[in-house]
Design a protein around this ligand. Structure first.
Ligand code: NAD
Ligand code: ZN
Length: 339
């Protein structure tokens, strides 16, 4: 088990990496404690939950709404929680996002701990302080940035995930290597199957190194003001558009997005062909799609509608080499040509 600390303007978060959920109680000091989870996670892992009141929320992206937040507020009120109470989210990215938003806004902010139970939530959703819900079909339109006091990463919880859920998480780990850690990328090339089959040293190494990448970036640019945090969007502008138009799972969509942007980086004379091939080949080995016969105009349309778009130029995260990202403005018409 290793302890990391993320110091950001909105707060300090302790990350207990490789800790067991069964030891969570030792981190929960005084005050009332409540757990928020979903029925899947409860059924599979409640035997390790600390003793506390449990609130269940619905599963799926459709539950990531203000209506669910409303239900949580009602429960918090009913349980007479106060500012010293600790709210613990135990679940995937959805449970973490909704709970963190409710806990950050109720009484202007209660104490919060996150126990991410999917690989995607461990390497991405639970870290960085962003939380929120969808609104009128727009993802994560409403939210806050606030660090939880604790994030606990128990790798044993990942053993009940489907292969598809695991692959979703691996796409984000490849992303971390590609934008900021060439050693992590090279390690994945050699050891991805050990990590995929839950070999402890391998899974611990790839999650820990991804957390180093994410926490370093968040510590430098928590509110996405200097461009640093934007690097975490590598493959995501196209990925989100593909996810929206074709309905692929997030990891699969950003896998295709990362390969397309690696090729775009080659076309712009930034990245070597060899590095672009390494990215495509690693994603393939993990079992992620790298190409798709998709309707390009629909995807471009979805990119145009992206709320981060400024005029016809979009800030894109390109690569200079594996382990080094660069933000450049790309004209949307140029993008259409390259795709
Ligand atoms: N806040 C952020 O910075 C951030 C970053 C990335 C993604 N996200 C958000 O995360 C969400 C996606 O998260 P996700 O991929 O974890 O999906 P999810 O939360 O929907 O979980 C996927 C499914 O796995 C089940 N599950 C969870 N843990 C399990 C376990 N250990 N074993 C078996 N099944 C388990 C859940 O019940 C659910 O059905 C999206 O809404 C996305 O916007 C947020
Ligand atoms: Zn992502």
């Amino acid at each position: 088990m290793r302890i990391m600390q993320l110091d950001a303007p909105s707060g300090t978060c302790t990350l207990a990496v490789g800790e067991s959920l069964a030891n969570l109680a030792s981190y929960c000091t005084s005050g009332k404690t409540v757990i928020v989870t979903d029925n899947n996670v409860r059924r599979l892992h409640a035997n390790k939950f600390p003793k506390a009141e449990i609130i269940e929320i619905e599963r799926g992206e459709d539950a990531k709404t203000l209506a669910t937040v409303h239900q949580l507020y009602e429960k918090f009120l009913e349980l007479e929680l106060d500012r010293s109470s600790l709210v613990i989210a135990i679940g995937g990215g959805i449970v973490c996002d909704v709970t963190a938003f409710a806990a950050s806004t109720y009484l202007r902010g209660m104490r919060l701990a996150l126990v991410p139970t999917t690989l995607l939530a461990q390497v991405d959703a639970s870290v960085g302080g962003k939380n929120g819900v969808n609104f009128k079909g727009y993802k994560n339109l409403i939210g806050t940035i606030r660090q939880p006091e604790l994030c606990l990463f128990d790798f044993d919880l990942l053993k009940t995930l489907s292969q598809q859920e695991l692959r979703n998480g691996f796409a984000e780990i490849v992303k971390c290597g590609a934008i900021a850690d060439a050693n992590l990328f090279a390690y994945l090339e050699q050891h991805h199957s050990e990590a995929f089959s839950h070999k402890k040293t391998a899974i611990e190494k790839v999650v820990y190194d991804s957390l180093v990448v994410k926490t370093d970036i968040v510590a430098k640019d928590e509110r996405e003001e200097s461009g640093e945090r934007m690097k975490l969007n590598f493959g995501h502008t196209l990925g989100h558009a593909i996810e929206k138009t074709i309905g692929l799972p997030h990891g699969e969509a950003i896998s295709i997005g990362m390969v397309a942007v690696a090729n775009l980086s080659v076309a712009k004379g930034l990245l070597s062909n060899k590095d672009a091939e390494r990215i495509e080949s690693l994603l393939k080995k993990i079992g992620l799609p790298t190409k798709l016969d998709y309707d390009k105009s629909k995807v471009i349309d979805a990119v145009r509608k992206d709320k981060k778009r400024r005029e016809d130029d979009i800030n894109f995260v390109l690569l200079e080499k594996i382990g080094k990202a660069k933000i450049e403005k790309i004209n949307i018409n140029e993008l259409e040509g390259i795709l």
